[in-house]
Every structure is written in C-alpha cells, then in structure tokens.
Design a protein around this ligand. Structure first.
Ligand code: ARG
Length: 459
C-alpha cells in the first residue's frame, strides 16, 4: 500500500500540481468557520455515539481535543500548514495527530458535502443573530435621538427640493422602521433555514444508523433536512443572506447619502464628530464626512457579492460541484462589511451634532403651499382648482422675487380665508395637521415611539 499523504489519495498516483493547489485550496479563507467546524464535528461525534461508532469515553476525548484545537488557534497558535486543503481537513488532521486513530473515526458516515453545508449554515445562523443585535443597537440610538429632539422642525425633501415641513424626529424614525424590516428579514432567514444537513452524506444519505434529530438539537437546529440532495446541493440560504445583507447596505447607504449632504456648508444640518470624519492631505480647512461616504461606497460590494454567488450557483449541476466552494468568500466579505457599517453608523449618529437652528433657517415658506391648497379644499374648492390657485400665487411671487406668503394683501383677499390664512400658515400648523397615524404630527410621533419601543422589546 502507498503511504497515505492526503485524505483522499488512495485513488491517486500523483500529487496535485502547484497551480491546482493555488486554485483549489480554501483554508486561507474558510478558516473563518473554525468555530463552526469544531461545533459541527462535536455534534456529529455525539451522533456517532448513538450509532455505536464511538463509545461515550471516546466521544469525551474527541470533544476535548476539538475544543483544544479551537482554544489553541484562538490563542494565536498556528496549527495548520500549507498541505491542509480546507478547514475541515485541517481540523481532522490536527485531531488525528493529537488523539491518534480515534481521530480517523470522526468522518464516519459523513462527507465533506454535508459537513460543509452544516458548518456554513451554522456560520450564517450565528452571524445573522449577531447582526440582528447590531441592528437593534442602531435602532436604540435612533429612537433616543428622535425622542430627545422631539419638536425640532426641518424641511422634508423630495427630488432634493424642499417639499413639506416635518419634525426631525419623523425623519429619524423612518430610519428606525426600515431597519425593523432589515431585522425581520434576518429573523425570517433563521426560521426558514433551521434544518440540519448532517446525515445527508455526499448526496444520498448516510448508511450508518445516526440520530439526526439528536445532532440537530445538539447544534441548535430546529429539525433535519428532508432530502439529502437538497441539503448538499443548494445554496439558497447563502443567496438569501447575501440579499438581506445587500438590502441592509442599501438602507444604510441612502441615509449616509443624506448625511453627506447635510454635512455640507450648503445644508449645514449636521456636524459629524471629528472621530468619524477625516481631513484633506492638501486643504487644511477640510473636514470630510468619510464615515458616511465609506458606508455608501461599501454598499456596492454587497450587491456584487450577491451577484457573484447568484451567477456561480445558477449553473452548478446537482448534487455537489466544486463551484459551490465559491459560496464562502462573498458571505464572509458581506458579513464583515455590514458589521462595520452598522457599528460606524450607530457611533457616528450618537456622537453627531445636529444643527437645528440651521434646519429651521433654511426652511422656505413655499413648504406651506400644500397647506394653503388644503385650506382651500376645506373651504369647498375642488383640489385640482385649489392646486392651480396656489400654483399661480407661487408663480407670481417667484416672478416678483418674493415668497408666496409675502404677496400683497390683494392676493390673499381673493381667498375664502383672506389674510387670516397667511397668519395661520406656520410650519407647526402644517406639521400638526398631519397627526394621522404614520404622519409627521406630534401625536403620530408619540405613537411611533410606542410602536418602536414594543419592537425593541420583542426578542
Ligand atoms: N472545501 C470544499 C467546499 O467548501 C469542501 C467540500 C469538498 N467536497 C468535495 N466533494 N470535494 O465546498
């Protein structure tokens, strides 16, 4: 018999070409899943006790050795080497070196196909749960901000043009509620993808008696996969996770875009803390909102990661093909990216200075045009006509170079409410006419705070 060098080399006469090693080895990135590989193997070993492959004492020994590997690597010891193809083979090799022949039993009834599917699923489940916590932390920052500054007014925009007056808190709460859906998507992912792949073997199911439900319970899965081909071949969980992460990125990016603008002299609404800004190497006066620009910029790769895996998966034949090894790097990258973006967004907003006086100064009286039209409607004028009358007033004012609220009394006297309407038209008046559920009015905002509080308490 040939000397054993690789775990599958029984079948082979020559070793792998150097170029092929470079193409195929994945340890340099999939070691990111070390903790999940160790956990997955401990769960599997527990199943092997049930199968009669390992005694209880042997299981204890395997468990201890696996935990020892995790501990040593976490402490900075390098146990792996250039011959280790991936994290799964690396851990098994070290295990076997440490506990001898017993280590060789761990792969009984298991293929790397169901092993990798299990480890990766565990990895995504753990990271999704952590990201939920981070979203909740950002939501707390936002709710605090909105409650603290209740009553401060600002222009609300559409098309980056001043549109209607709003409370600052209303804008901030919009961020809270979109994040709630970002959070729910991750929670849905955890519910949908809660089945254990182990026991599926390479594709057809393990031939050994194996208590899959027990292993599932051990590893925190709600049940076991119903079909071994499905369990080893599909990567829809990764696609869903990547899409959830890309959507979180797009949420953060849109607010980041506004905050970049708000930090400019033209808006002047927001001053980021120095700790979340940077200077220019040439222009001494510059303080740039780099934190927000980077959050906006990083979102591109989140979409790219989704597309990369989508493209790989769509043509991969069933069951397992090696193409599927390409599932990991996009997910690792997106997790790391979203993690840092959520962190920075929370810290940057918590430490920022909001310039409410500037927000108010910048508000144009034209923000009240809709309210005047609404008053006309209440006085019995059909809306289209009311819209036209007010539009005409705004147009005449623009031609005179003044605001429509500054038009001569003669214009106002033609209206049912007369000049009294001009006095009535204030930003607070406009805002508090919108106390409808979901509107910017004060009572609506208090209701939003109540809803938000309940969402934060729902765990
Ligand atoms: N490193 C591989 C992956 O992540 C492990 C699975 C290998 N399976 C196989 N049949 N070659 O996909």
């Amino acid at each position: 018999m040939k000397k054993e060098t690789k775990m599958w080399d029984g079948r082979f006469e020559s070793g792998m070409a150097k170029s092929m090693v470079d193409l195929s080895f994945s340890l340099h990135f999939d070691r990111e899943m070390l903790a999940e590989d160790v956990a997955g193997s401990i769960g599997h070993a527990k199943g092997l006790v049930e199968s009669g492959v390992l005694s209880e004492a042997e299981f204890q020994q395997v468990q201890e050795a696996l935990n020892g590997i995790l501990k040593d690597i976490s402490a900075g010891k390098e146990l792996f080497n250039a011959q280790d193809e991936d994290i799964h083979m690396a851990v098994e090799r070290v295990l076997t070196e440490r506990i001898g022949d017993l280590g060789k039993k761990i792969h009984t009834g298991r293929s790397r196909n169901d092993q990798v599917a299990t480890d990766f699923k565990l990895y995504m489940r753990h990271r999704a749960a952590e990201l939920v916590e981070q979203i909740v932390a950002l939501q707390r920052v936002l709710l605090n901000l909105a409650e603290k500054h209740l009553g401060k007014v600002m222009p609300g925009y559409t098309h980056v043009q001043q549109a209607q007056p709003i409370y600052f808190s209303h804008y901030i709460m919009s961020f809270f509620f979109v994040l709630q859906r970002d959070r729910q998507r991750l929670e849905n992912l955890l519910t949908t993808h809660s089945e254990l792949p182990l026991g599926s073997g390479a594709l057809a199911g393990s031939a050994f008696p194996y208590q899959r439900h027990l292993v599932a319970q051990e590893l925190g899965f709600a049940g076991v996969s119903a079909n071994s081909i499905d369990a080893t071949a599909h990567r829809d969980m990764a696609l869903e996770f990547l899409s959830d992460l890309a959507i979180i990125g797009s949420t953060l990016s849109r607010y980041a875009e506004d905050f970049v603008n708000w930090s400019s002299a033209e808006f002047g609404f927001l001053t980021l803390h120095d700790a979340f800004s940077s200077g220019s190497s040439m222009m001494p006066q510059k303080k740039n909102p780099d934190s927000m620009e980077l959050i906006r910029g990083k979102t591109g790769r989140l979409g790219g990661n989704y597309i990369a895996l989508f493209t790989t998966v769509k043509g991969a034949p069933l069951c397992y093909s090696r193409d599927l090894q390409e599932d990991k790097e996009p997910v690792f990258d997106s997790v790391q990216t979203v993690r840092i973006c959520l962190q920075v967004m929370a810290e940057a907003l918590e430490s920022a200075q909001w310039n409410f006086a500037t927000m108010e100064q910048k508000m144009l009286p034209a923000l009240l045009a809709t309210d005047l039209a609404d008053l006309l409607v209440e006085a019995g004028v059909p809306f289209r006509e009311a819209h036209h009358i007010v539009g005409d007033m705004v147009g005449q004012a623009a031609r005179q170079g003044i605001e429509f609220t500054e038009l001569a009394d003669s214009y106002w006297e033609k209206l049912p409410g007369g000049v009294a309407w001009r006095r009535q038209l204030t930003f607070e008046f406009s805002i508090n006419r919108r106390s409808i559920e979901g509107g910017t009015g004060l009572s609506s905002l208090k209701e939003q705070f109540r809803k938000a509080q309940t969402m934060l308490e729902q765990k």
